[in-house]
Design a protein around this ligand. Structure first.
Ligand code: GAL
Length: 741
């Protein structure tokens, strides 16, 4: 048997005292459910050391007599940053690093006749001995047991993981390599192993093997061959298969996909087809609770990136991210560049050993995700360190023969030890609109597989409520980046910095502990002018997009007026009306954007006859595809607060049972004018009301940020209907309902 039980209800206190490791009492503790942050913080201007302290988590539990003779393990998905685990006063061990899962065996110390007390000492300080720390970094790591916890009950012959390798992917007859990571008290011969392959519910095949399981920690490998009629995993149709391996009485199940990846000097190929990689970097932080967000929120980020913004790759900057996020990337066909924790600094030998271990753990955990196409095995933007990077590359290649390594550099002509030369570049938008030339970057006289991992970012921080010319500039830099990437046939692709605004130290950003580098804010609310650049690269038949780059008014830009402006759209052409008069018909500006699938449009003058008067009128933009109008945007000459919209991302949540993590959804509050457009500069108080079996994460009252804001609600364990509403000084929203089942 192998049973996985959620183990997410804990007791918590913000201190650690001598003796806490053996104490059993829960005085002074509060009840919490993980994912949990050690401390909630304000949106900005907090003190970043507020989450840096040592805290104590405790769990009292009983075990069933049926488990006698079994082995019991505890698995933590992620604790920030150093955890020491004690069971009934005995120290089981320590794990250093916030971003990889780890487990401890509880078997020997378990009591069957009385309570068991599990205590976790969580050190959330930025310790010099643990990556990414040792020097200043441009992000926060928060603290706490911030990912889920599981208890695993297993037969003595335990299987801890399974790696699935697609074989002969592009052949008619494919295969699967199956590697089981076993841990057995003794060598066992002639053990039956059955491998079942499923597509959804449907069984594709079942094969039986007889294997020998070695004593102690080891592996068992078998393969399936000659499999016909299997589908590929692609970015458009990400078909997943499930393998269940039953070794004697223990089983393990996981998903994977059939796809082949190649980074070459002439670009990136998925299943033999050239694809230009267009992506964004993601930090996994959220307002108030930092990293502590459960499954649904993690999944939602992948959906925003692939389905809403429309990119095809994400970099998990700068650390391995939640399995829920990666699972959703698998399901959606969103490619992933995953990397080890670090930022510009390389520590001492012990620190480097941990970084190599991070490579191992990252690949151990991430191996089966078809979405992952590249392992980042260099500390983001670090100096050369030949021996160290020989080790990280060797570890990655030893663990995974199917994926290339990359390593993010920022110094030119850096040691090229990885399979793909990956570079953060700061040329674009600074002196001109070009990405750095790859031969200048590498210093090599020949082309290599080359990927740009960051551009824009700190070179043009932008808030959602900045003036429209500033926002337009931000959008243009992203547009240039996409355009230049498309025009360089040798470039595998580029990923802009970044998807979502994130918390940081005061030394970065405007000092308020938020870096406003995202194409969306920390609430994942789009900076619309910029996200429209990405969205407009999609097929207009699927989703027509039309977003003018300016706010419709007469005084937001230098010298008044509204021109010149861009319109980000995937339509064939757009008609602009001033009042009822046709002001101009706009077409994609190919001369400036020859590479983009759908070039932005440019409006620098309007027909004279409509402009020679003093009145300011409403504006209308109509987008045409195949000769038909498909999208109309109207802008009021005198925008007034008209409606406060309440928009939950989900209408149905799960109540969750004992020890299961809570469920969450985001609710967006949008104050719109008479045309339904967000009031970009509305700063007003907003108070939220949540009734029913859910509670608000963060403050009950705050300020709108440029016409909108969002809040997450979390389930409390009961079922029923949740009603969410909000009020500003002028507007009262209707209530939105969410069912908790
Ligand atoms: C890069 C760095 C990112 C972020 C970005 C801001 O140098 O890799 O983590 O700090 O700059 O533009």
């Amino acid at each position: 048997m192998r049973k996985i039980l959620p183990f997410n209800d804990w007791f918590y206190k913000e201190t650690w005292e001598n003796g806490d490791d053996i104490r059993v009492d829960l005085n002074g503790f509060e009840r919490v459910t993980v994912p949990h942050t050690n401390k909630e913080i304000p949106f900005n201007y907090f003190d970043e050391t507020e989450t840096m302290f040592v805290s104590c988590y405790r769990k009292v539990f009983q075990v069933s007599n049926e488990w006698k003779g079994k082995r019991v393990f505890i698995r933590f998905d992620g604790i920030s940053s150093v955890a020491e685990v004690f069971l009934n006063g005995k120290r089981l061990g320590e794990h250093k690093g916030a971003y990889t899962a780890f487990d401890f065996e509880l078997t020997e110390e378990l009591r069957y006749d009385s309570d068991n007390v599990l205590t976790v000492k969580v050190d959330s300080t930025e310790r010099d001995d643990v990556p990414p720390f040792g020097h200043l970094i441009d992000y926060l790591c928060y603290g706490g047991i911030y990912r889920e916890v599981e208890l695993i009950v297993s037969d003595p012959l335990a299987v801890s993981a399974m790696h699935l390798t697609p074989l002969d992917v592009l052949e008619e007859e494919k295969g699967i390599g199956i590697k089981l990571f076993t841990d057995s008290p003794k060598t066992e011969k002639d053990v039956p192993l059955s491998i079942l392959l499923y597509r959804g519910e449907e069984t594709v095949t079942e094969e039986l093997f007889t294997v020998t399981v070695p004593e102690g920690k080891g592996t068992v490998e078998v393969s399936l061959n000659g499999l016909k009629g299997l589908s590929l995993w692609t970015t458009e149709e990400p078909v997943l298969y499930t393998v269940k391996a039953v070794l004697k009485d223990t089983d393990i199940t996981d998903r994977f996909g059939f796809r082949e990846i190649r980074f070459t000097p002439t670009g990136f190929f998925l299943n033999g087809e050239k694809i230009k990689l267009c992506g964004l970097n993601r930090h996994q932080s959220y307002p108030y609770v930092g990293y502590a967000m459960p499954k649904r929120a993690q999944e939602r980020d992948a959906e925003i990136l692939k389905q809403e913004i429309g990119v095809n790759i994400v970099r998990t900057s700068h650390y391995p991210q939640s399995r829920h996020f990666l699972n959703r990337c698998d399901e959606l066909g969103l490619l992933v560049f995953e990397e080890i924790p670090g930022w510009q600094y390389i520590g001492d030998d012990g620190w480097k050993d941990l970084a190599v271990k991070n490579v191992e753990d990252m690949i151990m955990e991430g191996y089966n995700h078809p979405s992952i196409v590249l392992w980042g095995v260099r500390i983001n933007e670090s100096d050369n360190d030949f021996d160290f990077y020989e080790r990280t590359n060797a570890k990655a290649h030893e663990m995974d023969k199917t994926r290339p390594t990359g390593g993010v550099k920022y110094i030119e002509k850096a040691d090229f030890q990885e399979d793909v030369y990956v570079m953060n570049e700061f040329e674009l938008g600074k002196s001109d609109r070009r990405h750095i030339d790859q031969n200048m970057a590498t210093g090599l006289d020949h082309d290599v597989p080359f990927l740009i991992s960051e551009f824009v970012g700190a070179w043009h921080p932008t808030k959602r409520w900045d003036d429209s010319k500033h926002r337009e500039d931000f959008a243009l830099r992203h547009a240039w980046g996409i355009d230049e990437t498309a025009l360089d046939d040798r470039l595998c692709g580029s990923l802009a910095w970044c998807a979502f605004d994130y918390n940081t130290h005061y030394q970065f950003g405007p000092g308020d502990r938020v870096c406003y580098h995202g194409v969306s804010d920390m609430y994942r609310i789009p900076k619309k002018i910029c996200t429209a650049v990405y969205e407009s690269q999609q097929d207009p038949h699927v989703k027509p997009v039309l977003e003018p780059s300016i706010v419709w008014c007469n005084g937001d830009i230098d010298q008044c007026g509204f021109l010149p402006m861009y319109v980000f759209s995937n339509c064939d052409y757009v008609e602009f009306y001033f009042g009822n008069d046709l002001g101009r018909r706009l077409f994609p500006y190919r001369r400036q954007f020859g590479g983009m699938k759908h070039a932005p449009m440019y409006l620098d003058r309007v027909y004279d006859k409509i402009w020679n008067r003093w009145d300011w009128l409403d504006a209308t933009f109509v987008g045409y595809v195949d000769g038909k109008p498909v999208i109309t945007r109207k802008f009021a000459k005198d925008p007034k607060p008209t409606e406060l919209r309440v928009m939950p991302d989900d209408r149905v949540l799960k109540a969750q049972g004992v020890d299961e993590a809570y469920d969450v959804t985001r609710v967006v509050f949008d104050a719109v004018d008479q045309c339904g457009n967000t009031l970009d500069y509305l700063m007003d108080t907003i108070s939220f009301t949540v009734e029913g079996p859910a509670e608000l994460i963060g403050p009950a009252q705050t300020t709108m940020q440029g016409g909108c804001i969002a809040a997450w609600i979390r389930t409390t364990g009961e079922k029923g209907t949740v009603r969410i509403s909000a009020r500003t000084s002028k507007l009262q929203s209707k209530a939105a309902e969410v069912t908790v089942e």
